[in-house]
Design a protein around this ligand. Structure first.
Ligand code: 1CP
Length: 345
């Protein structure tokens, strides 16, 4: 059990802290040489995710390198579609490719029911990471939002615009909702198992929220996230676990996203125009430094970081993070510089 003096948990509880807790989205990954050394032993990335001891080692790499205030499970959001028989593969340097994507309405009706036992390798990784972490460092479990998982599953790969998926929604609206409901139930079962295995906090990644218009976002994404959070908040095992919601550049206002009842909103880097008074004391905030700033000089990193720290200075419950994940081209020295900088101010 995690010790309650974790500053990350305090911030999630909307406390104002002298120095914000720090962790980074995609903190374990290809930008770290330690990661690449392990990664090269596996052809398919998901095969690596199926090794709980390897996941444990990878989740701890950024904690050891930068002394961050939270760890995140090493896995991927696409474990659920893989478990539903969609056959997800990641080859070196490429995005995900689905061997068996959802192409037609019939495919939705024939999809294999989600069996949470089939992802036991993930819960084993959670247990291993929790045991290996110091007691004051929380562990974040995670899943993709139902919409984001549906977008990959229908498109069958990553895409800039997910055109096939958006046409699928237009032509097969009933089945799209059936699929989103199935994914919502799967996410709930999956997160519950992660929490039972030792996850202290949950993050939901709505990484493709930006594809949807304001109205469509409410219908295809927010509705299912709200249902998922409702299930978690009403279950005896999961109800006290803080939930962070990351939405990539959503077309709606923060107060609309807050209806999801998440405990913390993770702000994308371009969300600069927000009225913090609208959300203050209602929700913790995480983010929103542009990850590309880490490609700049230390001087620029410092200037931009000071702006963010100033913006959230007296905000009750601010967690330092980037506005999206660390990319493979970032130098780990810059991550170290940024982390030390925040703690020195
Ligand atoms: O420390 C960590 O965060 C590592 C654990 C982690 C997490 C939380 C990984 C490992 N993936 C994720 C979440 C994830 N996966 C998201 C949500 C976060 C975000 O928006 O960035 C998404 C969209 C994915 C899907 C995914 N998996 C992509 C993106 C494809 C696209 O559409 O552009 C990729 C490239 C992956 C593979 C992957 N997952 C994780 C790693 C380290 C990698 C790289 C694989 C490799 O080494 O080849």
């Amino acid at each position: 059990m995690i010790e309650r003096e974790s500053i990350f948990l305090k911030a999630l509880n909307k406390e104002t802290l002298p120095i914000p807790p720090i962790w980074y989205m995609r903190q374990a990954g290809r930008y770290m040489p330690e990661y690449r050394a392990v990664r090269k032993k596996f052809k398919n990335f998901l095969d690596m995710c199926k090794e709980p001891d390897v996941c444990c080692e990878l989740a701890l790499q950024p904690i050891n390198a930068f002394e961050l205030d939270s760890a995140i499970l090493f896995s991927d959001i696409l474990t659920i579609p893989d478990a539903m028989g969609l056959d997800v593969k990641f080859l070196e340097g490429e995005g995900p490719v689905f061997g068996n994507p959802i192409k037609t309405a019939k495919d939705v009706l024939n999809i294999k029911p989600f069996d949470s036992d089939s992802l036991s390798y993930v819960y084993k990784a959670v247990g291993n990471i929790r045991s290996a972490l110091p007691k004051h460092i929380p562990l974040i479990g995670f899943c993709g939002s139902p919409w984001t998982l549906a977008a990959y599953s229908i498109e069958g790969k990553s895409s800039k615009d997910f055109l096939f998926t958006r046409n699928f929604l237009k032509e097969n609206d009933d089945e799209a909702h059936i699929f989103l409901n199935k994914l919502t139930d799967a996410c709930f079962e999956y997160l519950k198992r992660q929490i039972e295995a030792g996850a202290d906090v949950i993050q939901i990644f709505d990484s493709w929220a930006n594809l949807l218009t304001e109205d469509d976002y409410k219908v295809y994404s927010l509705k299912y996230i709200t249902t998922l959070i409702g299930l978690l908040k009403n279950d005896a095992v999961t109800k006290n676990i803080p939930i962070i919601l990351f939405s990539r550049e959503p077309k709606v206002q923060l107060k609309t996203i807050m209806t999801s009842q998440s405990d913390c909103l993770s702000l994308y880097w371009s969300m600069n125009d927000i009225d913090l008074n609208e959300v203050k004391n209602k929700v913790a905030i995480q983010g929103n430094l542009n990850p590309e700033i880490l490609l700049e000089s230390n001087e620029v990193i410092k200037q931009e970081t000071l702006k963010i720290l100033q913006k959230f200075k007296n905000y009750p419950g601010y967690i330092f993070n980037l506005g999206h994940g660390i990319t493979p081209n970032i130098n780990p020295d810059k991550v170290k510089f940024l982390t030390d900088l925040i703690r020195s101010i």
